[in-house]
Design a protein around this ligand. Structure first.
Ligand SMILES: Nc1ncnc2c1ncn2[C@@H]1O[C@H](COP(=O)(O)OP(=O)(O)OP(=O)(O)O)[C@@H](O)[C@H]1O
Ligand SMILES: [Mg+2]
Length: 258
């Protein structure tokens, strides 16, 4: 089984959309998948049609681990789609503050996933736009990191070194297995010459190992988010859904090569 974090400290680049639709595409291909929402914004939960207000979330299990009385019933896993989801909500931001002073703080997520991970082929973790302690928890629990990069942002690779430093530090100090699986260009507008130029710059940058698949800009993607549906459900034959299926094939190839 493999655990993959979708991560970058840049905001609004398509982390959550990618985490949801990679999960959906893996499930479509017959894989057993758990999507973990590790963002206090709870976008992955809402995007999967889960009402996360006042319900049990990942916070319960993480808090129980910190208190030293975690058991399997604390994992509030729900299944509204063909994959399972461990939801989150704003309460996770309070927990983040508590975490800072907890001994063993980097390993909380890893510890709560340990007893259930073998029930899945893939666990996909959606992270918040920060390199703080929650993201370090994601890195500690993961085998791989996937980095979404916005096609239209000339400054896309700015901050990339900081992200890689954080990955390297986690690797050196906590989780030697962690690897960057690749980067994926998101919200690519084929009619926009600028997007093409920036994408090529990122592709030829020696720091990156870009997936061949590019996720196109698509109004269906934004619509799906709003409706609590995956793009694969909302516009199954559209270009964004097809792109996420192709990306997932590449992910399967890169993770199964090992
Ligand atoms: N391919 C796409 N085409 C058009 N809009 C998209 C696409 N992918 C995502 N979006 C929209 O862009 C916005 C940001 O996407 P998303 O929430 O996935 O980014 P994020 O990196 O998770 O953001 P945050 O950093 O806040 O967690 C959302 O409104 C989403 O619906
Ligand atoms: Mg997000």
């Amino acid at each position: 089984m493999k655990i993959i974090s979708v991560t970058t400290q840049k905001g609004g680049v398509g982390k959550t959309t990618s985490a949801i639709n990679i999960s959906a595409a893996l499930a479509e291909k017959g894989k057993k998948v758990l999507l973990v929402d590790l963002d206090p914004q709870g976008n992955a939960s809402i995007g999967c049609g889960i009402d996360n207000r006042g319900t049990d979330t990942i916070v319960r299990a993480m808090q129980a681990d910190i208190n030293g009385n975690f058991n399997l019933n604390d994992l509030a896993i729900t299944k509204t789609k063909k994959f399972a989801v461990l939801p989150s909500n704003i309460e996770l931001s309070n927990l983040e503050l508590i975490l800072v002073s907890v001994i063993g703080r980097e390993g909380v997520l890893k510890r709560i996933l340990e007893p259930i991970k073998d029930q899945y082929d893939y666990i996909i973790i959606d992270t918040l736009p920060s390199l703080g302690i929650l993201t370090v928890n994601a890195f500690t629990a993961s085998d791989y990191v996937i980095v979404p990069i916005l096609a239209k942002d000339y400054y896309s690779l700015q901050g990339y070194d900081a992200l890689m430093q954080s990955v390297e530090l986690t690797k050196r100090c906590i989780n030697p297995n962690l690897k960057v699986l690749g980067e994926v260009i998101t919200m690519y507008d084929g009619r926009n010459k600028n997007d093409h130029i920036i994408s090529e710059t990122i592709r030829t940058d020696e720091r990156t190992n870009l997936f061949n698949t590019v996720i196109p800009l698509s109004t269906k993607a934004a619509e799906a988010t709003r409706m609590g549906k995956t793009i694969l459900e909302h516009d199954s034959n559209g270009k964004a859904a097809m792109a996420y299926r192709n990306l997932t094939d590449e992910i399967l190839m890169r993770t199964e090569e090992e």
